[in-house]
Design a protein around this ligand. Structure first.
Ligand SMILES: NC(=O)c1ccc[n+]([C@@H]2O[C@H](COP(=O)([O-])OP(=O)(O)OC[C@H]3O[C@@H](n4cnc5c(N)ncnc54)[C@H](OP(=O)(O)O)[C@@H]3O)[C@@H](O)[C@H]2O)c1
Length: 317
């Protein structure tokens, strides 16, 4: 079966995707800055000279500063999934952090391209994640892939990120860029944050709560990656967002009801307070972005969780 090399494959999306690919019969090599630590609980596979987990997931190293990748691992890859990047919502957006957010993505793309150029390889396609942060605030109709990148920080980050991986096409490799919505997963990310106050019986409504949220169930996002790998005609940018977008308020209240029944109180956090506490990052939770996934659906991709209710039924016990 083909081998998929996943950059940043140790994170929320990469972990779920690795398992998904293994279930589909692929071999997976996770490229990490700390492969030894990540694979510490697994045996060293001396034959292939990189670390192998019990579940047929291999861990190999790369160093973005030194511009090196484990070339043995690289040579095995039939596909590359490019996920690596410093967390966008993990820390305040200081100038240094913003630089890291951008450069962890652009420099890692440059490294992938350098190896595609210099190391004999059999890579057929590169599937790069991107984000709906590409788009600005709602403009009267759902955003589609041809809409320009927003001028705000995330819009410009997504633009530089997508541009940085574009040269793979000049090397004859098929390139798909999946602009993911906010990922709903039980293992971390936004859902974990939404759940925290609800555990104490409080459903927090951010700003007026009317901002549209374009989300995607982790399983659907993983399936979109497999879809992109397997359709040799798929090229370019695709939004991956559930067909039913909801307001931020609906998301919080539906989640609170699923978790606590009727036993919660609503607490509104005013936009100005969010701006004071979160600074520039608050634009992301206050921004209304209705994003259409019609393009990928027109290519035959079917969402298993098109509605929030179905997704939360699946995710919340
Ligand atoms: N989660 C979402 O809702 C969402 C939505 C849209 C787009 N995305 C994008 O999808 C990608 C994966 O998301 P995720 O939620 O899985 O993120 P994650 O859990 O933070 O994982 C990202 C991985 O990237 C690597 N990484 C972190 N900082 C890095 C740096 N400075 N340089 C190079 N690599 C670094 C890490 O791997 P090692 O430590 O092993 O090297 C980490 O496991 C990200 O680029 C993210 O922006 C996520």
């Amino acid at each position: 079966m083909p081998t998929v090399l996943i950059t940043g494959g140790t994170g929320l999306i990469g972990t779920a995707l690795s398992q998904n690919l293994i279930n589909e019969g692929y071999d997976v090599i996770v490229l990490s800055r700390h492969p030894q630590e990540t694979a510490s609980r697994h045996n060293v596979d001396s034959e292939r000279n990189f670390f192998r987990s019990s579940g047929n997931i291999f861990y190999a190293g790369w160093d973005i500063r030194k511009m090196t990748i484990d070339s043995q691992a690289f040579k095995q890859a039939d596909f590359i999934v490019h996920l690596a990047g410093a967390g966008v919502a993990d820390r305040p957006w200081t100038e240094a952090r913003k630089k890291e957010i951008v450069e962890s993505r652009t420099r890692s793309s440059e490294l992938v391209i350098k190896y595609l150029k210099e190391v004999p390889n059999k890579v057929r396609a590169v599937i790069s994640v991107s984000a709906i942060g590409w788009y600005g605030p709602d403009h009267g109709k759902p955003f589609v892939e041809t809409d320009p990148a927003s001028n705000d920080f995330l819009g410009q980050t997504c633009l530089k990120w997508e541009q940085s991986i574009e040269p793979v096409t000049e090397l004859g490799k098929r390139l798909v860029k999946l602009r993911s919505g906010i990922v709903l997963s039980n293992d971390g990310g936004a859902l974990k944050e939404f759940k925290k106050p609800i555990r104490f019986g409080i459903a927090t409504v951010l700003g007026d709560g009317q901002q549209m949220t374009s989300w995607v169930h982790i399983d659907d996002l993983c399936r979109a990656f497999v879809f992109a790998l397997e359709d040799p005609h798929l090229v370019g940018a695709f939004n991956v967002t559930a067909p039913q977008t909801v307001t931020s308020r609906e998301l919080t209240l539906q989640l609170a009801e699923k978790m606590n029944g009727k036993k919660f109180i609503k607490a509104k956090i005013p936009a100005r307070l969010l701006k004071m506490v979160m600074g520039e990052m608050s634009t992301e939770v206050l921004k209304s972005a209705t994003v259409s996934s019609e393009k990928i659906r027109s290519k035959g991709f079917v969402f298993r969780f098109p509605s929030l209710e179905g997704a939360l039924d699946n995710l919340i016990d």
